[in-house]
Unconditional design. Structure first.
Length: 168
């Protein structure tokens, strides 16, 4: 047996006020988008904003459904909107934040596993790391260089992209 330890480095800021202008703008857009969230069951409103390499920004908010698995997270709403509009433009960064109706979200919000895997797909597609900016309604902000940090053992199967061999 061999034991392996995975660790990672990320940047932490006391608040969004310390961020570079572009990062702060993206996080603010994510926060604004929490107000378009449909969250009548959890009352937990998540917003995401994706900046493409061409500077375009796409946002998304969580959309709940009475049949809980049928809803969609903010991150995938934003990512899929960006990819649909500009399928050949790489992603530069994604910001995620949340607010709740009955408590203060004071810790950075991180994408769920399905969202992490969806974002990894676009890192693989374009061969670049996506800057990840995580915030809450208040409090610290984390910046992570690439989804591999958040999902170190992502499902990556290169064989799935191979053309099937035809028998003659």
């Amino acid at each position: 047996m061999k034991e392996i330890t995975h660790s990672f480095t990320y940047q932490t800021y006391i608040s969004a006020a310390e961020l570079a202008i572009a990062d702060r703008e993206l996080l603010e857009r994510a926060h604004e988008t929490t107000y378009s969230s449909y969250a009548p069951y959890s009352n937990y409103h998540v917003g995401a904003a994706v900046r493409l390499a061409n500077g375009m920004i796409f946002t998304g908010s969580n959309q709940e459904n009475m049949a809980f698995p049928a809803g969609l997270c903010a991150e995938r709403v934003a990512v899929f909107a960006a990819a649909s509009a500009f399928p050949e433009v790489p992603f530069a960064a994604i910001a995620v934040t949340a607010r709740a109706e009955s408590f203060e979200v004071s810790d950075p919000v991180s994408p769920c596993g399905m969202c992490r895997q969806a974002i990894v797909e676009y890192e693989l597609k374009f061969g670049n790391k996506i800057r990840v900016i995580l915030g809450g309604n208040s409090g610290p902000v984390y910046i992570i260089q690439g989804m591999g940090t958040l999902l170190p053992l992502a499902f990556i199967e290169k064989g799935l992209k191979k053309s099937p061999k035809h028998k003659s």
